[in-house]
Design a protein around this ligand. Structure first.
Ligand SMILES: [Zn+2]
Length: 559
Protein backbone atom coordinates (compact mmCIF):
# COMPACT_ATOMS: atom_id res chain seq x y z
CA UNK A 1 0.00 0.00 0.00
CA UNK A 2 1.56 3.29 -0.99
CA UNK A 3 1.85 5.81 1.76
CA UNK A 4 0.52 5.72 5.23
CA UNK A 5 -3.10 5.38 5.93
CA UNK A 6 -4.65 7.98 8.10
CA UNK A 7 -8.07 6.48 8.18
CA UNK A 8 -8.40 6.35 11.93
CA UNK A 9 -8.13 10.10 11.99
CA UNK A 10 -10.15 10.77 8.89
CA UNK A 11 -13.89 10.87 9.22
CA UNK A 12 -14.73 8.83 6.19
CA UNK A 13 -16.89 6.05 7.56
CA UNK A 14 -15.67 2.59 6.63
CA UNK A 15 -17.96 0.79 9.04
CA UNK A 16 -20.96 1.84 11.06
CA UNK A 17 -18.97 3.32 13.90
CA UNK A 18 -21.76 5.06 15.71
CA UNK A 19 -23.93 3.60 18.41
CA UNK A 20 -27.50 4.65 18.07
CA UNK A 21 -28.58 5.70 21.50
CA UNK A 22 -31.42 8.02 20.70
CA UNK A 23 -31.07 11.57 21.77
CA UNK A 24 -27.44 12.35 21.27
CA UNK A 25 -25.61 15.12 23.01
CA UNK A 26 -25.43 18.79 22.37
CA UNK A 27 -27.91 21.09 20.80
CA UNK A 28 -30.58 18.73 19.82
CA UNK A 29 -33.29 21.27 20.53
CA UNK A 30 -31.74 23.74 18.14
CA UNK A 31 -31.52 21.14 15.42
CA UNK A 32 -35.08 20.03 15.71
CA UNK A 33 -36.45 23.55 15.75
CA UNK A 34 -34.51 24.54 12.63
CA UNK A 35 -36.90 24.88 9.68
CA UNK A 36 -36.29 21.82 7.54
CA UNK A 37 -36.32 23.76 4.30
CA UNK A 38 -33.54 26.14 5.37
CA UNK A 39 -30.54 24.06 4.37
CA UNK A 40 -27.92 26.57 5.46
CA UNK A 41 -29.35 26.99 8.94
CA UNK A 42 -29.63 23.23 9.36
CA UNK A 43 -26.06 22.64 8.17
CA UNK A 44 -24.82 25.44 10.46
CA UNK A 45 -26.60 23.89 13.44
CA UNK A 46 -25.23 20.43 12.63
CA UNK A 47 -21.70 21.90 12.31
CA UNK A 48 -22.05 23.56 15.71
CA UNK A 49 -23.05 20.23 17.27
CA UNK A 50 -20.40 18.12 15.57
CA UNK A 51 -17.45 20.54 15.68
CA UNK A 52 -16.59 20.29 19.41
CA UNK A 53 -17.23 16.53 19.43
CA UNK A 54 -14.99 16.01 16.41
CA UNK A 55 -12.27 18.16 17.94
CA UNK A 56 -12.43 16.23 21.24
CA UNK A 57 -12.34 12.94 19.36
CA UNK A 58 -9.29 13.98 17.34
CA UNK A 59 -7.47 15.35 20.39
CA UNK A 60 -8.11 12.15 22.35
CA UNK A 61 -6.97 10.09 19.36
CA UNK A 62 -3.72 12.06 19.24
CA UNK A 63 -3.13 11.62 22.98
CA UNK A 64 -3.76 7.87 22.83
CA UNK A 65 -1.20 7.56 20.04
CA UNK A 66 1.59 9.68 21.51
CA UNK A 67 1.16 8.00 24.90
CA UNK A 68 -0.53 4.60 25.04
CA UNK A 69 -1.97 4.47 28.56
CA UNK A 70 -5.20 2.86 29.75
CA UNK A 71 -6.50 6.27 30.76
CA UNK A 72 -5.88 7.70 27.28
CA UNK A 73 -7.47 4.64 25.67
CA UNK A 74 -10.58 5.13 27.83
CA UNK A 75 -10.80 8.86 27.06
CA UNK A 76 -10.46 8.06 23.38
CA UNK A 77 -13.25 5.49 23.48
CA UNK A 78 -15.52 7.97 25.29
CA UNK A 79 -14.85 10.74 22.77
CA UNK A 80 -15.37 8.31 19.89
CA UNK A 81 -18.72 7.27 21.29
CA UNK A 82 -19.89 10.84 21.90
CA UNK A 83 -19.10 11.74 18.31
CA UNK A 84 -20.73 8.67 16.81
CA UNK A 85 -23.79 9.19 19.03
CA UNK A 86 -24.23 12.59 17.42
CA UNK A 87 -23.93 11.03 13.95
CA UNK A 88 -26.55 8.46 14.93
CA UNK A 89 -29.10 11.15 15.88
CA UNK A 90 -32.23 10.07 14.02
CA UNK A 91 -34.02 13.38 14.13
CA UNK A 92 -31.06 15.27 12.74
CA UNK A 93 -30.67 12.64 10.03
CA UNK A 94 -34.34 12.93 9.09
CA UNK A 95 -34.09 16.73 8.98
CA UNK A 96 -31.00 16.50 6.73
CA UNK A 97 -32.78 14.14 4.35
CA UNK A 98 -35.87 16.35 4.19
CA UNK A 99 -33.84 19.51 3.58
CA UNK A 100 -31.71 17.90 0.87
CA UNK A 101 -34.54 17.55 -1.58
CA UNK A 102 -35.60 21.15 -0.96
CA UNK A 103 -32.32 22.86 -1.83
CA UNK A 104 -30.74 21.29 -4.93
CA UNK A 105 -27.49 22.47 -6.44
CA UNK A 106 -26.38 25.02 -3.85
CA UNK A 107 -23.51 25.12 -1.35
CA UNK A 108 -26.06 24.29 1.34
CA UNK A 109 -27.03 21.22 -0.68
CA UNK A 110 -23.40 20.18 -0.85
CA UNK A 111 -23.05 20.47 2.92
CA UNK A 112 -26.18 18.41 3.47
CA UNK A 113 -25.05 15.73 1.01
CA UNK A 114 -21.83 15.27 2.96
CA UNK A 115 -23.69 15.26 6.26
CA UNK A 116 -26.04 12.60 4.99
CA UNK A 117 -23.13 10.44 3.74
CA UNK A 118 -21.32 10.79 7.07
CA UNK A 119 -24.43 10.00 9.10
CA UNK A 120 -25.93 7.20 7.01
CA UNK A 121 -23.68 4.33 8.17
CA UNK A 122 -24.49 5.37 11.75
CA UNK A 123 -28.22 4.84 11.21
CA UNK A 124 -27.99 1.03 11.41
CA UNK A 125 -30.48 -0.41 13.94
CA UNK A 126 -29.03 -0.87 17.45
CA UNK A 127 -29.02 -4.64 17.77
CA UNK A 128 -27.48 -5.21 14.33
CA UNK A 129 -24.83 -2.60 14.89
CA UNK A 130 -23.79 -4.17 18.22
CA UNK A 131 -23.42 -7.57 16.58
CA UNK A 132 -21.22 -6.12 13.84
CA UNK A 133 -19.01 -4.21 16.26
CA UNK A 134 -18.62 -7.23 18.56
CA UNK A 135 -17.81 -9.59 15.73
CA UNK A 136 -15.28 -7.15 14.23
CA UNK A 137 -13.58 -6.85 17.61
CA UNK A 138 -13.53 -10.63 18.05
CA UNK A 139 -11.98 -11.17 14.60
CA UNK A 140 -9.42 -8.43 15.17
CA UNK A 141 -8.45 -10.01 18.48
CA UNK A 142 -8.04 -13.42 16.86
CA UNK A 143 -5.73 -11.85 14.26
CA UNK A 144 -3.66 -10.25 17.03
CA UNK A 145 -3.39 -13.45 19.05
CA UNK A 146 -2.85 -15.93 16.20
CA UNK A 147 0.65 -17.24 15.46
CA UNK A 148 1.69 -19.45 12.58
CA UNK A 149 3.99 -22.41 13.21
CA UNK A 150 7.28 -22.88 11.34
CA UNK A 151 9.77 -25.61 12.21
CA UNK A 152 7.67 -26.61 15.21
CA UNK A 153 7.65 -23.19 16.85
CA UNK A 154 5.20 -20.28 16.86
CA UNK A 155 6.36 -17.26 14.89
CA UNK A 156 4.92 -13.76 14.41
CA UNK A 157 4.20 -11.98 11.13
CA UNK A 158 7.56 -10.22 11.07
CA UNK A 159 9.35 -13.57 11.21
CA UNK A 160 7.14 -15.00 8.45
CA UNK A 161 7.88 -11.99 6.26
CA UNK A 162 11.59 -12.23 7.04
CA UNK A 163 11.65 -15.85 5.85
CA UNK A 164 9.79 -14.96 2.63
CA UNK A 165 12.12 -12.06 1.97
CA UNK A 166 15.39 -13.81 2.62
CA UNK A 167 15.22 -17.61 2.85
CA UNK A 168 16.72 -19.59 -0.05
CA UNK A 169 15.19 -22.85 1.19
CA UNK A 170 11.96 -23.58 -0.75
CA UNK A 171 10.70 -26.02 1.91
CA UNK A 172 11.09 -23.43 4.65
CA UNK A 173 9.46 -20.79 2.45
CA UNK A 174 6.52 -23.06 1.75
CA UNK A 175 6.07 -23.75 5.44
CA UNK A 176 6.19 -20.02 6.23
CA UNK A 177 3.70 -19.19 3.49
CA UNK A 178 1.30 -21.92 4.66
CA UNK A 179 1.71 -20.71 8.25
CA UNK A 180 0.77 -17.19 7.13
CA UNK A 181 -2.58 -18.55 5.94
CA UNK A 182 -3.61 -20.53 9.02
CA UNK A 183 -5.25 -17.44 10.51
CA UNK A 184 -7.60 -17.48 7.52
CA UNK A 185 -9.05 -20.84 8.50
CA UNK A 186 -9.47 -19.58 12.07
CA UNK A 187 -11.53 -16.52 11.11
CA UNK A 188 -13.19 -17.40 7.76
CA UNK A 189 -16.61 -18.34 9.17
CA UNK A 190 -16.75 -15.12 11.15
CA UNK A 191 -15.68 -13.01 8.18
CA UNK A 192 -18.48 -14.56 6.10
CA UNK A 193 -20.88 -13.79 8.94
CA UNK A 194 -19.58 -10.20 9.07
CA UNK A 195 -20.30 -9.84 5.35
CA UNK A 196 -23.86 -11.14 5.88
CA UNK A 197 -24.44 -8.71 8.77
CA UNK A 198 -22.95 -5.77 6.86
CA UNK A 199 -25.20 -6.61 3.93
CA UNK A 200 -28.20 -6.71 6.25
CA UNK A 201 -27.22 -3.26 7.57
CA UNK A 202 -26.76 -1.91 4.03
CA UNK A 203 -30.17 -3.22 2.96
CA UNK A 204 -31.81 -1.68 6.02
CA UNK A 205 -30.37 1.61 4.75
CA UNK A 206 -31.72 1.09 1.23
CA UNK A 207 -28.62 -0.23 -0.55
CA UNK A 208 -28.02 -3.47 -2.47
CA UNK A 209 -25.17 -4.66 -0.24
CA UNK A 210 -22.25 -3.35 1.80
CA UNK A 211 -20.10 -2.90 -1.29
CA UNK A 212 -22.69 -0.59 -2.84
CA UNK A 213 -23.27 1.32 0.42
CA UNK A 214 -19.56 1.90 0.94
CA UNK A 215 -19.14 3.35 -2.55
CA UNK A 216 -22.29 5.47 -2.35
CA UNK A 217 -21.35 7.14 0.94
CA UNK A 218 -17.87 7.79 -0.46
CA UNK A 219 -19.18 9.52 -3.61
CA UNK A 220 -17.90 6.72 -5.83
CA UNK A 221 -19.96 5.74 -8.84
CA UNK A 222 -19.95 1.95 -9.02
CA UNK A 223 -20.09 1.72 -12.81
CA UNK A 224 -17.33 4.25 -13.20
CA UNK A 225 -15.19 2.42 -10.66
CA UNK A 226 -15.69 -0.85 -12.53
CA UNK A 227 -14.79 0.85 -15.83
CA UNK A 228 -11.67 2.50 -14.35
CA UNK A 229 -10.48 -0.76 -12.80
CA UNK A 230 -11.09 -2.55 -16.09
CA UNK A 231 -9.00 0.12 -17.83
CA UNK A 232 -6.26 -0.20 -15.17
CA UNK A 233 -6.34 -3.96 -15.80
CA UNK A 234 -6.00 -3.39 -19.54
CA UNK A 235 -3.05 -0.98 -19.39
CA UNK A 236 -1.09 -2.98 -16.80
CA UNK A 237 -1.73 -6.56 -18.00
CA UNK A 238 0.98 -6.69 -20.66
CA UNK A 239 3.73 -4.70 -18.84
CA UNK A 240 3.03 -6.69 -15.69
CA UNK A 241 3.27 -10.01 -17.56
CA UNK A 242 6.56 -8.85 -19.09
CA UNK A 243 7.97 -7.65 -15.76
CA UNK A 244 6.81 -10.77 -13.93
CA UNK A 245 8.28 -13.05 -16.58
CA UNK A 246 11.71 -11.49 -15.91
CA UNK A 247 11.15 -11.77 -12.15
CA UNK A 248 10.18 -15.43 -12.50
CA UNK A 249 13.36 -16.18 -14.45
CA UNK A 250 15.43 -14.68 -11.65
CA UNK A 251 13.45 -16.58 -9.00
CA UNK A 252 13.76 -19.86 -10.88
CA UNK A 253 17.53 -19.39 -11.09
CA UNK A 254 17.69 -18.51 -7.39
CA UNK A 255 15.64 -21.51 -6.27
CA UNK A 256 17.01 -23.96 -8.82
CA UNK A 257 13.70 -24.82 -10.48
CA UNK A 258 11.77 -24.12 -13.69
CA UNK A 259 9.51 -21.04 -13.88
CA UNK A 260 6.46 -23.35 -14.19
CA UNK A 261 7.35 -24.76 -10.78
CA UNK A 262 7.06 -21.38 -9.01
CA UNK A 263 4.31 -21.19 -6.39
CA UNK A 264 3.06 -18.41 -4.06
CA UNK A 265 5.81 -19.04 -1.50
CA UNK A 266 8.53 -18.12 -3.98
CA UNK A 267 7.44 -14.46 -3.89
CA UNK A 268 8.63 -12.04 -1.23
CA UNK A 269 5.50 -11.58 0.91
CA UNK A 270 2.41 -13.62 1.77
CA UNK A 271 0.19 -11.94 -0.87
CA UNK A 272 2.70 -10.80 -3.51
CA UNK A 273 1.60 -7.23 -2.90
CA UNK A 274 5.12 -5.78 -2.78
CA UNK A 275 8.02 -5.69 -5.19
CA UNK A 276 10.75 -8.10 -4.04
CA UNK A 277 13.81 -6.27 -2.68
CA UNK A 278 15.95 -7.13 -5.71
CA UNK A 279 13.57 -5.07 -7.87
CA UNK A 280 14.01 -1.92 -5.78
CA UNK A 281 16.78 0.65 -5.31
CA UNK A 282 18.39 1.09 -1.90
CA UNK A 283 18.66 4.83 -1.25
CA UNK A 284 19.37 4.52 2.48
CA UNK A 285 23.13 5.20 2.19
CA UNK A 286 22.30 8.62 0.70
CA UNK A 287 20.33 9.57 3.82
CA UNK A 288 22.88 8.53 6.43
CA UNK A 289 23.38 11.41 8.86
CA UNK A 290 20.76 13.60 7.15
CA UNK A 291 18.08 15.61 8.96
CA UNK A 292 14.94 14.21 7.41
CA UNK A 293 12.66 16.79 9.06
CA UNK A 294 14.80 19.65 7.78
CA UNK A 295 14.72 18.12 4.29
CA UNK A 296 10.94 18.16 4.48
CA UNK A 297 10.87 21.80 5.52
CA UNK A 298 13.36 22.68 2.79
CA UNK A 299 11.21 20.90 0.18
CA UNK A 300 8.05 22.82 1.05
CA UNK A 301 9.93 26.12 1.45
CA UNK A 302 11.05 25.70 -2.14
CA UNK A 303 7.42 25.56 -3.23
CA UNK A 304 6.52 28.59 -1.14
CA UNK A 305 4.54 26.49 1.36
CA UNK A 306 5.04 27.08 5.06
CA UNK A 307 5.23 24.02 7.35
CA UNK A 308 6.85 25.50 10.50
CA UNK A 309 3.52 25.56 12.36
CA UNK A 310 2.86 21.89 11.62
CA UNK A 311 6.36 20.88 12.73
CA UNK A 312 6.04 22.83 16.02
CA UNK A 313 2.88 20.96 16.97
CA UNK A 314 4.15 17.57 15.80
CA UNK A 315 5.64 14.59 17.61
CA UNK A 316 8.32 13.36 15.25
CA UNK A 317 10.82 11.04 16.93
CA UNK A 318 10.67 7.51 18.39
CA UNK A 319 9.83 7.16 22.06
CA UNK A 320 8.56 4.33 24.29
CA UNK A 321 4.76 3.83 24.48
CA UNK A 322 4.22 5.76 21.27
CA UNK A 323 2.49 4.62 18.08
CA UNK A 324 5.20 3.21 15.76
CA UNK A 325 3.67 4.35 12.49
CA UNK A 326 3.03 7.78 11.03
CA UNK A 327 -0.03 9.89 10.38
CA UNK A 328 -1.19 13.44 9.93
CA UNK A 329 -4.11 14.76 11.94
CA UNK A 330 -6.20 17.90 11.42
CA UNK A 331 -7.43 18.32 14.98
CA UNK A 332 -9.84 21.22 14.61
CA UNK A 333 -10.03 22.14 10.91
CA UNK A 334 -8.85 25.57 12.02
CA UNK A 335 -5.07 25.34 11.82
CA UNK A 336 -4.18 22.76 14.48
CA UNK A 337 -2.56 20.25 12.12
CA UNK A 338 0.00 17.76 13.51
CA UNK A 339 2.16 14.92 12.31
CA UNK A 340 3.06 11.87 14.33
CA UNK A 341 6.20 10.14 13.05
CA UNK A 342 9.18 8.11 14.25
CA UNK A 343 11.89 9.67 12.15
CA UNK A 344 15.28 8.08 11.62
CA UNK A 345 17.63 9.15 8.83
CA UNK A 346 16.68 6.79 5.99
CA UNK A 347 14.88 6.88 2.65
CA UNK A 348 11.58 5.53 3.97
CA UNK A 349 11.29 8.25 6.60
CA UNK A 350 12.28 10.94 4.13
CA UNK A 351 9.40 9.84 1.94
CA UNK A 352 7.06 9.47 4.92
CA UNK A 353 7.79 12.99 6.22
CA UNK A 354 7.03 14.48 2.80
CA UNK A 355 3.92 12.30 2.58
CA UNK A 356 2.52 13.36 5.96
CA UNK A 357 3.44 17.02 5.47
CA UNK A 358 1.60 16.74 2.14
CA UNK A 359 -1.57 15.80 4.03
CA UNK A 360 -0.85 18.65 6.42
CA UNK A 361 -0.42 21.44 3.88
CA UNK A 362 -3.66 20.34 2.23
CA UNK A 363 -5.52 20.67 5.54
CA UNK A 364 -3.98 24.11 6.12
CA UNK A 365 -4.94 25.23 2.64
CA UNK A 366 -8.74 25.28 2.98
CA UNK A 367 -10.32 28.61 2.08
CA UNK A 368 -10.95 30.42 5.36
CA UNK A 369 -14.47 31.34 4.30
CA UNK A 370 -15.55 27.67 4.06
CA UNK A 371 -17.97 26.41 6.71
CA UNK A 372 -16.60 23.75 9.08
CA UNK A 373 -18.46 20.92 7.35
CA UNK A 374 -16.60 21.57 4.08
CA UNK A 375 -13.15 22.03 5.63
CA UNK A 376 -12.21 18.43 4.95
CA UNK A 377 -10.90 16.32 2.08
CA UNK A 378 -11.89 13.20 0.24
CA UNK A 379 -9.46 10.35 0.84
CA UNK A 380 -8.56 10.17 -2.88
CA UNK A 381 -7.44 13.80 -3.18
CA UNK A 382 -5.55 13.97 0.12
CA UNK A 383 -3.78 10.64 -0.53
CA UNK A 384 -2.93 11.79 -4.06
CA UNK A 385 -1.33 14.95 -2.64
CA UNK A 386 0.59 13.00 0.00
CA UNK A 387 1.79 10.43 -2.56
CA UNK A 388 2.78 13.25 -4.93
CA UNK A 389 5.02 14.92 -2.32
CA UNK A 390 6.28 11.64 -0.82
CA UNK A 391 7.36 10.50 -4.27
CA UNK A 392 9.74 13.46 -4.58
CA UNK A 393 12.22 11.73 -2.25
CA UNK A 394 13.02 9.18 -4.94
CA UNK A 395 13.20 11.52 -7.92
CA UNK A 396 16.30 12.81 -9.60
CA UNK A 397 15.56 16.52 -9.26
CA UNK A 398 14.88 16.31 -5.51
CA UNK A 399 17.92 14.12 -4.88
CA UNK A 400 20.07 16.70 -6.63
CA UNK A 401 18.60 19.97 -5.43
CA UNK A 402 17.40 19.13 -1.92
CA UNK A 403 19.56 16.21 -0.80
CA UNK A 404 22.64 17.45 -2.65
CA UNK A 405 23.48 14.27 -4.58
CA UNK A 406 25.79 14.96 -7.53
CA UNK A 407 24.20 15.23 -10.94
CA UNK A 408 26.04 12.19 -12.27
CA UNK A 409 24.95 9.99 -9.39
CA UNK A 410 21.36 11.26 -9.52
CA UNK A 411 21.17 10.61 -13.25
CA UNK A 412 22.56 7.13 -12.84
CA UNK A 413 20.00 6.42 -10.11
CA UNK A 414 17.07 7.86 -12.04
CA UNK A 415 16.91 5.08 -14.65
CA UNK A 416 16.76 2.43 -11.94
CA UNK A 417 14.36 4.49 -9.83
CA UNK A 418 11.99 4.91 -12.74
CA UNK A 419 11.92 1.14 -13.30
CA UNK A 420 11.39 0.55 -9.57
CA UNK A 421 8.49 3.05 -9.45
CA UNK A 422 6.89 1.38 -12.45
CA UNK A 423 7.27 -2.08 -10.88
CA UNK A 424 5.72 -0.78 -7.66
CA UNK A 425 2.70 0.56 -9.52
CA UNK A 426 2.29 -2.66 -11.49
CA UNK A 427 2.40 -4.93 -8.46
CA UNK A 428 0.11 -2.65 -6.46
CA UNK A 429 -2.43 -2.26 -9.27
CA UNK A 430 -2.66 -6.01 -9.88
CA UNK A 431 -3.11 -6.58 -6.13
CA UNK A 432 -5.90 -3.99 -5.90
CA UNK A 433 -7.66 -5.76 -8.79
CA UNK A 434 -7.63 -8.96 -6.73
CA UNK A 435 -8.89 -7.25 -3.58
CA UNK A 436 -11.62 -5.24 -5.27
CA UNK A 437 -12.80 -8.18 -7.39
CA UNK A 438 -12.89 -10.37 -4.31
CA UNK A 439 -14.83 -7.93 -2.14
CA UNK A 440 -17.38 -7.42 -4.88
CA UNK A 441 -17.89 -11.21 -4.93
CA UNK A 442 -17.89 -11.51 -1.13
CA UNK A 443 -20.67 -8.96 -0.64
CA UNK A 444 -22.49 -10.18 -3.74
CA UNK A 445 -22.82 -13.61 -2.11
CA UNK A 446 -21.12 -14.31 1.24
CA UNK A 447 -21.99 -18.02 0.82
CA UNK A 448 -20.30 -18.43 -2.56
CA UNK A 449 -17.27 -20.68 -3.14
CA UNK A 450 -14.93 -17.90 -2.04
CA UNK A 451 -11.84 -20.13 -1.81
CA UNK A 452 -12.12 -20.87 -5.52
CA UNK A 453 -12.98 -17.26 -6.47
CA UNK A 454 -9.91 -15.97 -4.59
CA UNK A 455 -7.47 -18.20 -6.44
CA UNK A 456 -9.10 -17.47 -9.80
CA UNK A 457 -8.51 -13.77 -9.18
CA UNK A 458 -4.92 -14.29 -7.98
CA UNK A 459 -4.11 -16.40 -11.03
CA UNK A 460 -5.75 -13.99 -13.43
CA UNK A 461 -4.42 -10.69 -12.07
CA UNK A 462 -1.17 -11.61 -10.32
CA UNK A 463 -0.24 -14.58 -12.55
CA UNK A 464 0.56 -16.63 -9.46
CA UNK A 465 -0.07 -20.37 -9.80
CA UNK A 466 -2.17 -21.79 -6.95
CA UNK A 467 -0.70 -24.74 -5.04
CA UNK A 468 -2.09 -28.02 -6.45
CA UNK A 469 -5.32 -29.10 -4.82
CA UNK A 470 -5.36 -26.28 -2.29
CA UNK A 471 -8.77 -25.83 -0.63
CA UNK A 472 -8.48 -23.23 2.11
CA UNK A 473 -9.94 -19.78 2.88
CA UNK A 474 -6.71 -17.95 2.02
CA UNK A 475 -8.69 -14.75 1.36
CA UNK A 476 -9.61 -14.57 5.05
CA UNK A 477 -5.94 -14.28 6.04
CA UNK A 478 -5.96 -10.70 4.73
CA UNK A 479 -7.01 -8.66 7.76
CA UNK A 480 -8.37 -5.78 5.65
CA UNK A 481 -11.19 -7.98 4.33
CA UNK A 482 -12.46 -8.28 7.91
CA UNK A 483 -11.76 -4.90 9.46
CA UNK A 484 -11.22 -2.33 6.68
CA UNK A 485 -13.73 -3.37 4.04
CA UNK A 486 -14.03 -1.88 0.55
CA UNK A 487 -11.30 0.74 0.57
CA UNK A 488 -8.33 -0.56 -1.43
CA UNK A 489 -9.47 1.08 -4.67
CA UNK A 490 -9.23 4.48 -2.96
CA UNK A 491 -5.46 4.08 -2.69
CA UNK A 492 -5.12 3.06 -6.31
CA UNK A 493 -7.10 6.16 -7.24
CA UNK A 494 -4.80 8.22 -5.01
CA UNK A 495 -1.73 6.83 -6.81
CA UNK A 496 -3.25 7.50 -10.23
CA UNK A 497 -4.30 11.06 -9.34
CA UNK A 498 -0.80 11.72 -7.95
CA UNK A 499 0.61 10.85 -11.39
CA UNK A 500 -1.92 13.13 -13.08
CA UNK A 501 -1.06 16.02 -10.77
CA UNK A 502 2.67 15.47 -11.28
CA UNK A 503 2.27 15.50 -15.07
CA UNK A 504 0.03 18.59 -14.97
CA UNK A 505 2.51 20.49 -12.77
CA UNK A 506 5.41 19.42 -14.97
CA UNK A 507 3.60 20.97 -17.92
CA UNK A 508 2.45 24.16 -16.18
CA UNK A 509 5.29 24.89 -13.74
CA UNK A 510 8.17 22.70 -14.94
CA UNK A 511 7.83 20.41 -11.93
CA UNK A 512 7.54 20.79 -8.14
CA UNK A 513 11.01 21.12 -6.66
CA UNK A 514 11.81 24.81 -6.04
CA UNK A 515 8.74 25.92 -8.01
CA UNK A 516 6.54 28.26 -5.95
CA UNK A 517 4.15 28.44 -8.90
CA UNK A 518 3.44 24.70 -8.46
CA UNK A 519 2.66 25.31 -4.78
CA UNK A 520 0.34 28.17 -5.70
CA UNK A 521 -1.45 26.10 -8.34
CA UNK A 522 -2.13 23.25 -5.90
CA UNK A 523 -3.27 25.70 -3.26
CA UNK A 524 -5.70 27.41 -5.60
CA UNK A 525 -7.13 24.48 -7.55
CA UNK A 526 -6.97 21.61 -5.06
CA UNK A 527 -6.59 22.68 -1.41
CA UNK A 528 -8.71 25.84 -1.15
CA UNK A 529 -12.08 24.33 -2.17
CA UNK A 530 -12.08 21.71 0.63
CA UNK A 531 -15.05 19.46 -0.08
CA UNK A 532 -17.20 22.24 -1.52
CA UNK A 533 -16.41 20.53 -4.83
CA UNK A 534 -16.89 16.78 -5.27
CA UNK A 535 -13.59 14.85 -5.37
CA UNK A 536 -13.84 13.80 -9.03
CA UNK A 537 -14.56 17.37 -10.16
CA UNK A 538 -11.67 18.54 -8.02
CA UNK A 539 -9.32 16.08 -9.73
CA UNK A 540 -10.41 17.51 -13.07
CA UNK A 541 -9.98 21.08 -11.85
CA UNK A 542 -6.51 20.45 -10.39
CA UNK A 543 -5.04 18.19 -13.07
CA UNK A 544 -6.85 19.54 -16.12
CA UNK A 545 -8.47 16.18 -16.93
CA UNK A 546 -10.87 13.70 -15.36
CA UNK A 547 -9.37 10.71 -13.58
CA UNK A 548 -8.11 8.31 -16.21
CA UNK A 549 -5.45 5.61 -16.51
CA UNK A 550 -3.41 7.52 -19.14
CA UNK A 551 -0.69 8.59 -16.68
CA UNK A 552 -0.60 5.09 -15.20
CA UNK A 553 -0.17 3.60 -18.67
CA UNK A 554 2.79 5.90 -19.45
CA UNK A 555 4.41 5.32 -16.06
CA UNK A 556 4.32 1.51 -16.08
CA UNK A 557 5.91 1.34 -19.51
CA UNK A 558 9.27 1.93 -17.76
CA UNK A 559 9.10 -1.38 -15.86
ZN1 LIG B 1 -1.45 9.13 3.54
Amino acid sequence: MPGTRRSSAAEAPSAPDGAERGGGPGRRGTLCSAPVTDGTALADAADETLRPLSRARNASWWNANVEATEENARLRADAELAYSDALADRELFAAVQAARTADRGSLAQRRLDLLQDTMLPNQVPDALRSRIVELEAAVEMRFAAHRGVVGGREVDDNELKRILRSSDDPAERREAWEASKTVGAAVADDVRELARLRNEAARALGHRDWFALSLATDEMDEEKLAATLAAADRVTAEPFARWKHALDERLAARFGCETVDLRPWHYADPFFQEVPAEGGVDLDPLFEGSDVVELGKRTFDGMGIEVDGILERSDLYPRPAKCQHAFCLDVDRAGDVRVLANVVPDARWAETMLHELGHGVYDLGFDEALPWGLRRTHLVTTEATAILFGGLASQQEWLERVLGVTRGEAEELETRLRAARAADLLVFTRWVLVMNGFERALYGDPDADLDRIWWELVLRHQLVTPPEGRRAPDWAAKIHVAVAPVYYHTYLYGSIVALQLRDALAASAGGLVDRPEAGRALQRTLFAPGESVRWDRLVEQASGAPLSVDSLEREVAAA
